[in-house]
Design a protein around this ligand. Structure first.
Ligand code: GTP
Ligand code: MG
Length: 421
């Protein structure tokens, strides 16, 4: 009985113990479950945070991408606008130039129609064309000798200044002054000094060819006219055409300045006036093709002279200088030995720049002769002597005004006399 009692007690205890153990185990299991839950919650939170970070990064990248795209789009728009504006400005400039040229054509046309034959004579025209330079040389030299001044270093220095003012150029002035100083003993009046100056100036120009030794001109005699913009190429060509037709020569003009329609029109007016024929293409056509057709037509029609007008260009514009070479090559291909003259027209009012321009053109197309225009517009007529003294190319024509007879064959003696007489 007692044994049973103890046995039950022990079993109860045992059961109690097991129950407690089970309770503890259950508690531990719950705790572990709780811990795992917490762990997975934290992990989830971490993952979410990580995802948010990624999302934010992606958002920022997308934002930057959109910003960049907008910036590029704006940049392209601005560029396009700038291009449009430049294009419009260029077109406007072209239009104004074209208009100006058209007005100039009208003016030339009217002037040509109203122009009377030369009454003044070549020498007096030359003198009046050189008025500005004459004023510098004569007035100042006369002033030097006023109040019976002595021939001394101060006078020579002043004379040096006068010559430089007339644009004779530094080197030539210095050389001339050396020679004049040596002759100083013989000088006592302004006229004597002028006479020595005249001698020295004339000596700068190469002697004229003896007409007996000048070979007969080939037929057609081809003259290509080149130069910087606006120097007077077309005007000079037009005046030459008139001169040749007056000598009963058959003249053809090739309008190889295809750059502007008004340039073709301008040369057309001159051709009409001179009684010359003209070969022309449309504006924008290849100038070498016009020159080629010109040579072909001149040969086929038995012309005496072919004058080729070319567009003005700066000696620094490489592609345009190449174009000029191409025109020359094309002419040569069609008629070996041609062009017989490459005439560069220089604007005297550009002063010493004319010399460097001519040097570059000479390198490109081998000039054979020069024309100096607009001498009436400058007091720096000494540029003629500077050009002759530095370039070793014959000055064939000078322009002393806009009328037909203001384009004169250059004659050194007449020119120097016109400066001082
Ligand atoms: N005063 C004066 N004006 C001249 C003389 N020679 C040409 N001109 C003027 O210079 C301007 C330009 O002459 P153009 O013959 O059109 O010049 P260009 O070299 O053919 O010009 P581009 O073909 O545009 O390069 C015109 O107004 C001419 O009348 C000159 O000796 N004296
Ligand atoms: Mg021209």
């Amino acid at each position: 009985m007692v044994f049973n009692f103890f046995k039950r007690k022990t079993r109860d205890k045992e059961q109690e113990k097991l129950k407690k153990q089970a309770q503890l185990k259950e508690q531990e299991r719950l705790k572990e479950q709780e811990r795992l839950k917490e762990q997975s919650r934290l992990k989830e939170q971490e993952r979410r945070e990580e995802q948010e970070k990624i999302n934010e990064q992606e958002r920022l990248i997308e934002q930057a991408r959109l910003k960049e795209a907008a910036r590029l789009k704006e940049q392209a728009r601005l560029k396009e606008e700038e291009e449009r504006r430049t294009r419009e400005q260029r077109e406007e400039q072209e239009r104004l130039k074209e208009e100006e040229r058209r007005k100039e054509n009208e003016r030339v046309k009217e002037k040509l129609l109203s122009e009377e034959p030369d009454k003044k004579g070549i020498f007096s025209r030359l003198k009046s064309g050189l008025t500005k330079t004459r004023e510098v040389l004569n007035t100042d030299i006369n002033d030097l000798f006023k109040s019976s001044r002595k021939i001394d270093d101060a006078l020579f220095e002043e004379l040096e200044e006068v010559l430089i003012t007339a644009d004779l150029g530094m080197d030539i002035t210095m050389e001339m002054m050396d020679r004049i100083r040596k002759k100083a003993g013989r000088l006592s009046t302004a006229d004597q000094l002028k006479a020595v100056l005249k001698q020295e100036l004339i000596a700068l120009f190469p002697g004229k060819e003896d007409p007996e030794t000048v070979p007969a001109l080939p037929r057609p005699h081809i003259i290509m006219v080149v130069g910087v913009n606006g120097t007077g190429k077309t005007t000079t060509l037009g005046k030459l055409a008139t001169r040749f037709t007056r000598e009963n020569k058959k003249v053809l003009i090739a309008a190889a300045d295809t750059f502007r329609a008004a340039a073709i029109e301008q040369v057309g007016i001159w051709a009409d006036r001179a009684g010359a024929t003209i070969v022309r293409h449309k504006q924008g056509a290849d100038p070498a093709a016009v020159a080629y057709d010109g040579v072909e037509a001149a040969m086929a029609r038995g012309m005496d002279v072919l004058l080729i007008d070319t567009a003005g260009r700066l000696h620094t514009q490489k592609n345009l200088m190449e174009e000029l070479k191409k025109i020359k090559r094309t002419v040569e291909k069609k008629m070996p030995g041609a062009p017989h003259e490459v005439l560069m027209v220089l604007d005297a009012t550009t002063g010493q720049n004319a010399i460097s321009q001519a040097k570059m053109f000479h390198e490109a197309v081998n000039l054979t002769q020069l024309a100096l225009t607009k001498l009436d517009g400058t007091a720096k007529g000494g540029i003629v002597a500077a050009v002759a003294g530095t370039l070793h190319l014959p000055i064939r024509y000078i322009g002393v005004g806009e009328s037909m007879d203001d384009l004169q064959e250059f004659d050194a003696v007449r020119f120097v006399n016109a400066l001082f007489d």
